[in-house]
Design a protein around this ligand. Sequence first.
Ligand code: AP5
Length: 213
Amino acid sequence: MIVVFLGPPGAGKGTQAKLLSQRLGFLHLSTGDILREAVKKQTPLGIKAKEYMDRGELVPDNLIIALIEEYLPKEGGVILDGFPRTIAQAEALENMLSAKSKKVSKVLLFDSPDEVIIDRLSGRRVCSNCGAVYHIKYNPPKKEGVCDLCGGSLVQREDDKEEVIKNRLEVYKRQTQPLIDFYKKKGIIYRLDATKSVEELFAEVEGIIKDGG
Ligand code: AP5
């Protein structure tokens, strides 16, 4: 089963994808996480991607499509978190899957007003060592600035600074929102109210995923 998580930055896609992966065994494929790892390791992809990511712009389609071709597994349940983000990426995904007689089963749209997004992104902290995600109000670590899981230091993502957040929201509206209609026409989109708590939202996500329809 291939499930796409769509929605504005900071709506909680990564948080829900991690839970689904832990509790239902889905593979969590996050293009943002793969790119951040490449930036950290200063690979050729990371060096190219960094300049776009720091500005809150999308990394060019050809780089992202090649990355998904490399990472998409042959079998098993997959959550695509943060991909596709443009019509060109969605079409490339369709072609990739139809070559294997597969298709996207469901698209979950995490819907949230801008105020909630800004509050979530500006309070997000991530572990510089293991990548665990916290929020200073909604999911604080036991000890301020320290990761509960590995003791690494918590930092703010470069693209969670205020000016970049505004640009990411604009980029989302301009380049990614058109995918809502793209998937609506296929009748596979499910809208979620992402302002709910993590567990409330998870119950809904799980319900949609387990529902055969
Ligand atoms: P990416 O990493 O994909 O960023 P994003 O889509 O902007 O999503 P985020 O990771 O910011 O947010 P999220 O929805 O996962 O929220 P989270 O669960 O962390 O992409 C980064 C960059 O990489 C892009 O800008 C682009 O440059 C590049 N890129 C990636 N994919 C690309 C692609 N396909 N094409 C081109 N370029 C690409 O939650 C946010 C915060 O809220 C956390 O602190 C969390 O603890 C908290 N929280 C979560 N849920 C709740 C809740 N229900 N209640 C209260 N707090 C909550």
